[in-house]
Design a protein around this ligand. Structure first.
Ligand code: BES
Ligand code: ZN
Ligand code: ZN
Length: 497
């Protein structure tokens, strides 16, 4: 989608559709709405008086060939209560407009921001909303309608004086949303079309195109490095594992500056292994690589946005299969860190591969770690598909992440990791076991397991099992992989010093 900034007077803007938004109980008496009302001979006043235009969140009003405007349509979305409106709502409105207008064969739309939203963050949110909503997961449909997408969009409502903000927000929003879509594309791929080797190839191609350095460890190298936890999961599959490492180095690298490590779970298919999952919904387990995809997507954005800090992405990838050589419940494995792990349940495989990912990120010099993983069904029980579960070992670092999640409009919620939970992953015969004994707290005991491998390094774990995949159609987004995490991680990295 081509996106530009348009500072022409709004009556002169030619487009298939002009889009704007109105708040609850708002009368079109000032600012942009008053201008539109005047241009259209009072159309908005009449609609409001008739009760058709109320401003209720996501209400839509469509006028065809409105008199006084050069645009073919005027589309007004309800924006809800003015006091509750922010960039997340703006992102959704831009998305909802995109999806509903593209289904009406609109190809060119112009989004008019309201008078209070003429800043870079708002422009960024609008652009993200447009690009994310223009994405469809129809890659394997042979009967897809060609060109069912918005081809070009413009941001309007800007004065010449605020144009620089619009340009800045536009550039940033485009990079971030395209990177999030890249992560979604990977998340939607079926496991036969995205094996660990194929994921590594795609990550490598992205990194090379973006100017990032990349190293892919194959199964031989992984064995040499004694990544026993990753290998234990991979041994049940005919597909060899990969460890994907992508590095961004800033132009001015300050000696002793912190290095951000991003570790992502990339199980390209999780059958559960010998502790096999039930058939129902198992097909969804192709999205068990969305943590890795989010991190690869974030690196794509950072390559262009150029944060001041060094960032290293480490993405362990394998299938979790019940092959003849598969590990069995009760097996003891030695992780790269040297810790022994009793594998009680082979379906708790994400934490195994992350254990080696974390150890390797530390070996590469990361001073701060964030992992993202579709790790537990328990986090879905706790937070449903609304919030990402956040576990942090360092309060200041965790606060930075939560602030970034707010700024980026990705909902995240902190969960505890008290020492008491450590008891639950004690093993009778090894240093640690891979599932919690006792009842409940499954998302927390999984986090406690990971924490064992982080040592003193400040660390945050994001459990995205509930939020990485959207089953129900949203007005602003296609179904399928969401790319959650990309925006928050990019925001954090840009501010990280
Ligand atoms: N990939 C799953 C977690 C998951 C569940 C992701 C639902 C997305 C949606 C993970 O590997 C897993 O199977 N976890 C087990 C752990 C249990 C055996 C301790 C779980 O949550 O049931
Ligand atoms: Zn599993
Ligand atoms: Zn899994």
């Amino acid at each position: 989608m081509e996106i530009t900034v348009d500072t022409r007077p709004l009556a002169a803007i030619e487009a298939d559709a002009l889009v704007t938004y109105a708040f609850e109980q708002e009368k079109p008496v000032e600012g942009l709405l008053a201008q539109l009302d005047a241009a259209t001979g009072g159309a908005l006043t009449k609609l409001a008086a008739s009760g058709e235009l109320t401003g209720k969140m996501l209400e839509s009003t469509l006028l065809y060939y409105p008199q006084g405007l050069a645009a073919q349509r005027l589309y007004i979305l309800g924006a809800g209560k003015k006091g509750k409106f922010g960039t997340p709502e703006l992102r959704r409105l831009a998305g909802a407009a995109t999806r509903s207008l593209k289904s009406r064969q609109v190809k060119r739309l112009t989004f008019l921001v309201r008078e209070n939203d003429r800043n870079a963050a708002a422009a960024q949110a609008v652009v993200e909303g447009l690009i994310l909503a223009n994405f469809d997961s129809d890659k394997y449909k042979t009967d897809k309608k060609p060109g069912n997408a918005i081809v070009s969009a413009a941001l309007a409502g800007w004065e010449e004086s605020s144009r620089a903000d619009a340009d800045r927000g536009l550039a940033r929003g485009r990079i971030i949303a395209e990177s999030q879509n890249f992560a979604r594309e990977l998340g939607n791929e079926p496991s036969n079309r995205l094996t660990p080797r194929m994921l590594a190839d795609r990550a490598e191609a992205m990194a090379k195109a973006a100017g990032l350095s990349v190293e892919i460890l194959d199964e031989k190298k992984i064995a040499e490095m004694k990544m026993g936890a990753l290998l234990s999961v991979a041994q049940g599959s005919a597909e060899p594992p990969r460890m994907i490492v992508i590095t961004y180095t800033p132009e001015k690298l300050i000696p002793g500056a912190p290095v951000l490590g991003l570790v992502g779970k990339a199980i390209t298919f999780d059958t559960g292994g010998i502790s096999i999952k039930p058939a129902n919904d198992m097909e969804k387990m192709k999205y068990d690589m969305c943590g890795g995809a989010a991190i690869i997507g974030a690196m794509r954005a950072l390559a262009s946005l150029k944060p001041p800090c060094k960032v290293i992405a480490v993405v362990p990838s394998t299938e979790n299969m019940p092959g003849g050589r598969a590990q069995k419940p009760g097996d003891v494995q030695i992780a790269m860190s040297g810790k022994s792990i009793e594998v009680i349940n082979t379906d708790a495989e994400g934490r195994l591969i992350l254990a080696d990912g974390i150890a390797y990120a530390k070996q590469l010099g990361c001073t701060h770690l964030i992992d993202a993983a579709t790790l537990t069904g328990a986090v879905v029980v706790a937070l449903a598909n609304v919030n990402v579960g956040v576990f942090g070992s360092d309060q200041a670092f965790t606060d930075q992440l939560l602030a970034s999640s707010k700024a980026a409009g990705e909902k995240m919620w902190p969960l505890p990791i008290d020492e008491e939970y450590r008891e639950m992953i004690k093993s009778g015969i090894a240093d640690i076991q891979n599932v919690g004994s006792g009842k409940g707290g499954g998302a927390i005991t999984a986090a406690m397991f990971l924490k064992e491998f982080t040592g003193d390094t400040p660390w945050i774990h994001l459990d995205i099992a509930g939020t990485a995949w959207q089953d129900d159609l949203k007005p602003w987004n296609a179904k399928g992989a969401t790319g959650v995490g990309v925006r928050t991680l990019v925001d954090l990295a840009m501010k990280f010093k």
